[in-house]
Design a protein around this ligand. Structure first.
Ligand SMILES: NC(=O)c1ccc[n+]([C@@H]2O[C@H](COP(=O)([O-])OP(=O)(O)OC[C@H]3O[C@@H](n4cnc5c(N)ncnc54)[C@H](OP(=O)(O)O)[C@@H]3O)[C@@H](O)[C@H]2O)c1
Length: 339
C-alpha cells in the first residue's frame, strides 16, 4: 500500500465573475487527501482540462450543468494514475479519466473512473483528440449536421480543440471544401498547412462575411458554430439552400454582459430552408466506440493530427483557463501536473 500524501491543492471559485473572470475570483487552497474507503480510489492527476463550458458554470444560473458552488473545489475532466484503490477492477498504477479536475489528488468512486491506456495514446489526448472535444466534433458534424460527402463545411474557432477536429473529419469524410476561421495569422497558416483545410482566414482582420464569401465562392452546406453572434450571422448569409448548422458553442458570448443582437439575418432561414440545431456531446455517448475506432485509425495512419497547448503546474490552471478564453491556445489547452 502506497502511503497517501496528507494534503492536496485544489482551485475554488470564491466570487462569481460579471463579464471576464479575473484571477481573484479563484483561490488555490490546500486540503487534506481523503482515504479511499470501500469502492473508492485515490488518483494523482497528471493532466487537467480547462474548457469553455466552465465559464458558464461560474454563473449562478440554471443550465445543462449545475453551477460551481462558491468556496468548493471546481471540477472538470482530468486524467491521472491510481495511487490507492478499494474499488473492484481498478488497481494501483492504472490510469483513469474522471471528472475531478482542478486539483492535484482526487478521491472518488471507482464507478466514476474510466480506465485509459497511456501505451495506446499519450494520456493528455484522452482530454482532447480522443476525448470530449474530439467526440463533440465527430458527433456534431456527422450526426447533428448530417454531413454528406461533397458538402462544403465552415467552422469557426477552427484552430481549437473541437474546430481542428471538425475540419479534419470533414476532409477525411469527403467534404468538397473545408474552410476555417481563427484569430491569428499563425493559426490560419496551421489550418491550411497542418490540418489540410482548403481555405482559412483571420476573423480579426474584419469583414467576416466578405472574407467568408471569398473563401467559399460557392457557398457552404454545413456551418459548425463554436462562436455565435456576428459569426453565426455571416455563416447564415453564406449557407446554401438546405444548409445545416450545428450550434455547438457561442464563445463570443460567454463573457458578454449585454446579449448580442446578431444574427440579424434570421429570416434567411426560411427561404434557404436551413436547419439549425443545438447539440450537447453528452447526448452522443453511443457514438464513442465508432469515434475511437475512426480517430485512433486516422492518428495511426497520420491522416489526422492534433496540437496541444500545455500549461505546467496546478498554480497555472486559472491562467490557462483565461488564456484559452482569450485564444492563447493552439489545439487543446491542458494543465500538466508533476508526475
Ligand atoms: N455543445 C457541446 O457539447 C460542446 C462540447 C465541447 C465544446 N463546446 C464548445 O465548442 C467551442 C470550442 O471549444 P474548445 O474546447 O474546442 O475550445 P478551443 O476552441 O480550443 O478554445 C477556445 C477558442 O475560441 C476562440 N475564441 C475565443 N473568443 C472568441 C471570439 N470572441 N470570437 C471568435 N473566437 C473566439 C479562441 O481562438 P481564436 O484565437 O481563433 O480566437 C480560443 O482559442 C466552445 O464554444 C465550447 O463551448 C461545446
Amino acid at each position: 500500500m502506497v502511503e497517501l500524501p496528507t494534503t492536496s491543492r485544489e482551485w475554488h471559485l470564491v466570487a462569481r465573475p460579471h463579464g471576464w473572470p479575473e484571477p481573484d475570483h479563484f483561490a488555490l487552497r490546500e486540503v487534506p487527501v481523503a482515504a479511499p474507503g470501500p469502492g473508492r480510489i485515490v488518483v494523482r492527476n497528471s493532466y487537467l482540462s480547462v474548457d469553455p463550458y466552465m465559464r458558464g458554470r461560474m454563473d449562478d444560473v440554471k443550465s445543462y450543468v449545475p453551477p460551481f458552488n462558491l468556496d468548493e473545489p471546481m471540477d472538470g475532466g482530468a486524467v491521472g494514475r491510481v495511487i490507492a484503490s478499494e474499488a473492484e477492477g481498478i488497481e494501483v498504477g492504472d490510469h483513469v479519466l474522471h471528472q475531478y479536475g482542478w486539483r492535484e489528488y482526487a478521491t472518488l468512486s471507482g464507478q466514476g473512473a474510466t480506465k485509459v491506456d497511456p501505451d495506446v495514446a499519450p494520456l493528455s489526448t484522452y482530454l482532447g483528440v480522443l476525448g470530449m472535444p474530439g467526440l463533440t466534433a465527430y458527433a456534431g458534424l456527422l450526426e447533428v449536421a448530417s454531413f454528406r460527402e461533397g458538402d462544403a463545411v465552415f467552422v469557426f474557432a477552427a484552430a481549437g480543440a473541437v474546430g481542428s477536429m471538425v475540419g479534419q473529419i470533414a476532409r477525411l469524410k469527403g467534404a468538397s471544401r473545408v474552410i476555417g476561421s481563427a484569430g491569428s495569422a499563425e493559426k490560419v497558416e496551421s489550418l491550411v498547412n497542418e490540418y489540410g483545410f482548403h481555405a482559412a482566414f483571420n476573423y480579426k482582420d474584419g469583414d467576416v462575411s466578405g472574407q467568408l464569401r471569398a473563401a467559399a465562392p460557392d457557398g457552404i452546406d454545413v456551418y459548425f458554430d463554436n462562436v455565435g453572434g456576428e459569426h453565426l450571422e455571416a455563416a447564415i448569409g453564406a449557407l446554401n439552400r438546405h444548409g445545416r448548422v450545428t450550434v455547438c458553442g457561442m464563445i463570443s458570448q460567454y463573457n458578454a454582459v449585454e446579449p448580442t443582437p446578431a444574427p440579424r439575418n434570421l429570416p434567411l432561414v426560411i427561404g434557404k430552408r436551413l436547419r439549425i440545431e443545438g447539440m450537447l456531446v453528452t447526448d452522443h455517448a453511443g457514438l464513442r466506440p465508432r469515434f475511437v475506432e475512426d480517430v485512433a485509425g486516422w492518428l495511426r495512419s497520420g491522416e489526422l493530427t492534433y496540437r496541444e497547448t500545455v500549461a505546467n503546474g496546478i498554480d497555472q490552471a486559472v491562467q490557462a483557463f483565461l488564456g484559452m478564453l482569450r485564444g492563447e491556445n493552439a489545439g487543446k489547452m491542458v494543465v500538466a501536473l508533476e508526475s
